[in-house]
Ligand binder design. Sequence first.
Ligand code: ZN
Length: 488
Amino acid sequence: MKKIVLTISSISLLLIISITVNTLRFTSRQPQVAAIDGIEIDINRAVKTLSSAVQLATVSHQEMSHSQEQPFSSLIELISNRYPLVKQNLEKTVINQKSLLFKWPGTNTALKPITFLAHTDVVPVEESTLDQWQYPPFSGAVEEGFIWGRGTLDDKSTVFGVLEAIEQLIVLGFVPSRTVYLAFGHDEEIGGAQGAVHIAAYMEQHNISSLFTLDEGMAILNEELSPAGKTTAIIGIAEKGYVTFKLTARAESGHSSMPAHPSAIGILARAITTLEENQLPAKLAGTAEKTFDFIGPEMGLFEKILFANRWLFDEAIVSALLKKTSTAAVIRSTTAVTIIEGGFKENVIPSKASAIVNFRILPGQSSTDIKNHVIETINDPAITLDFMTNNTPNEPSTLSSTDNPAFLTIGKTAQQIFPGAIFAPGLVLAGTDSIHYQNVADNNYRFAPYVLGPNDLGRIHGINERIGIEDYRRMILFYAQLIINMDE
Ligand SMILES: [Zn+2]
């Protein structure tokens, strides 16, 4: 008995020592970088230009034929008119009529270029929400310290923030040694097939390979939104894929007075329930694991102990992350039933019923893995499975590196411009143009340097989209500083 007690207490002691050592070794990955003022900026010009840009309704409609040409050509003109030094010093190529590629030649061609990605199109505004906008969505109103309207966050502040930074750097006499490209697609909101795909193809044909591309995707979460409880720049290093299946159940049709079982609707309902109850496995791996490598050491002691000892607490962490839809989506491929159809008359049993199920695929898995999961999970020959015909699957991206100087420089620049901020890699749940640039860059990062709080998330693609003038100023500062930092 004495021996057992002794063994148990020595095991516990070893466990405590191991947990403590792991926690102590789980140290911060944040370089100690001091905040700086950044370059001087003509904020009045910047605000006016972004406001003018918002007034051009460069809307992408799912039906391409509904998108108008005029606003896009006006936007290209606006860029020419407002940035005379960019016009003089950068080479401009118009691709597929509406997309733009700028090259700011560096003096040292031995250095690999960097490429800033952004898109000039915006999503439409829902007619029925117009009266809920504080200022009309295409007014570009400058009120209450904000610039208001569709595109102020997604993504015209990036397009014009980068241009503004470069115009100002040229004013200040800065000549880059590393070549800088700006690639602005015009149809990101409907997949980028006419814009980003063509720009990337052009770059590939011309053997332009970048050290990295920097696109929208993630942002800076304020202390309320960040899991670390402090301002956190999340730099997207991967994005999820997308696939939609149509499930069709077939069974005998007939009069409802003499029903046969199971009905098509019954078969379909069972399949849907089975899919929802048997989700794809959740795991703290890949991007999510990297996120906590960076954020974990900055968290409170309790969380720090958990994330430092994943070998022991993995299950507890995963089940905690699964409790919130936003964190659950980061650790598994998600299943969402979005449309259901079946039946047409109350007293007729239909011969078929169908459902549309949308999956967002975690990097490392493929649309084929998802298809196999669906077939095995439902396991019912009465159900057929088709890819949605108008939606080819988007495979998830590869993972970009977090241990190279470029990634650290992006993080360090965020710390310089946003005092007190930490940075971490993250997974983008939606799609971006970056997916098309995987062959023309070593790494694809997805980070727009604006600060978001809990009330801001719904403004992107939603109502009352806006950006604070001070937030926009910092965006411009960030881009300018990143160009400077990457030059050193
Ligand atoms: Zn966007």
